[in-house]
Design a binder for this molecule. Structure first.
Ligand code: SF4
Length: 289
């Protein structure tokens, strides 16, 4: 049974979003080994968790890296570990790979699964803390950041004992509260989404939302697969966990959207005309990328 989260301390957070980008050169290909996949449109073969992918080379590189999409491994091209791979490989396991010892490898894979979730939560919390004007909400987000950072720095065994579900519930609550505050601040900018059936978890697959003012829309967990969002304004729109696979984002303004990740962008289509948040980059497969 997991332990309760470590109480927050007064020490400042040290991880910014720059620390939450993957650095595959300092990782033992943990996403290619620790995780399990079923054969699907995103991953061409079945792969059990805790075993190396058949395309993984001995030096931890991917033998089909330049052809992931055409070879049926699009999920790999969009996967984002939020920097957990290098943290686990280098900080928690001192640069000794899972290939060196089986027992250590099992712990490393488990630690990666936990650290990846925690790093993702940090990604969102940093933005939430930055976007809120409510001092109390900012403090709540800050305390959670410090608690998560403390857990990540507490050693492998304590990390593996963490009750991640409990942490996740606390993080989710503060993210939703801050989303509500941010989205309400955009109410004067446009509320076209209110009568368009746009809601958390909505099925918007293939929906034509081109050139719409979606400012402040709550699209958390929405299915926007292949939706046409070209030239739409998504300022203040909550995109937490929204499925943007093959969504069309050419000319869309995402620069002030909430809780967007690089993986979501990488799964979508767009161009240099798409306006992105400062922490995210133009995907390589986009026009101009
Ligand atoms: S296809 Fe390449 S990137 Fe994807 S899991 Fe296998 S080795 Fe890793």
């Amino acid at each position: 049974m997991g332990t309760a989260p470590t109480p927050a301390t007064d020490s400042p957070s040290v991880l910014d979003r720059n620390s939450l980008h993957p650095d595959c050169t300092n990782c033992f290909a943990l996403c290619c080994t620790a995780l399990g996949f079923s054969r699907s449109a995103d991953f061409a073969v079945d792969k059990p968790a805790g075993s190396p992918c058949r395309n993984l080379a001995a030096d931890f590189s991917c033998t089909i890296h330049g052809a992931l999409r055409p070879r049926g491994f699009r999920g790999c091209a969009v996967f984002d570990c939020f920097g957990a791979g290098q943290r686990v490989s280098q900080d928690l396991f001192g640069g000794i790979s899972w290939a060196a010892e089986a027992e250590s490898g099992r712990n490393m894979f488990a630690a990666f699964n936990t650290a990846r979730q925690l790093h993702e939560m940090l990604w969102y919390l940093i933005e939430a803390q930055d976007r809120t004007f409510d001092p109390e909400a900012r403090q709540r987000a800050g305390r959670l950041r410090m608690m998560i950072e403390a857990a990540l720095g507490s050693g492998v065994q304590r990390l593996l004992g963490l009750d991640v579900k409990e942490v996740h519930a606390s993080v989710r609550a503060v993210l939703i509260d801050i989303s509500e505050e941010v989205r309400m601040s955009y109410s004067a900018a446009g509320r076209e989404h209110l009568d368009a059936g746009l809601a958390p978890g909505a099925d918007l697959i293939g929906r034509n939302l081109r050139s719409r003012r979606l400012c402040g829309a709550d699209l958390r967990g929405a299915y926007l697969i292949a939706a046409d969002l070209r030239f739409s304004d998504l300022s203040g729109a909550d995109l937490l966990g929204a499925d943007l696979r093959d969504a069309r984002l050419d000319g869309a303004d995402l620069s002030r959207s909430l809780y967007l990740t690089q993986g979501q962008l990488d799964a979508a289509g767009g161009s240099r005309a798409t306006r992105l948040p400062a922490d995210l980059t133009l995907p390589g497969h986009w026009e101009g990328g």
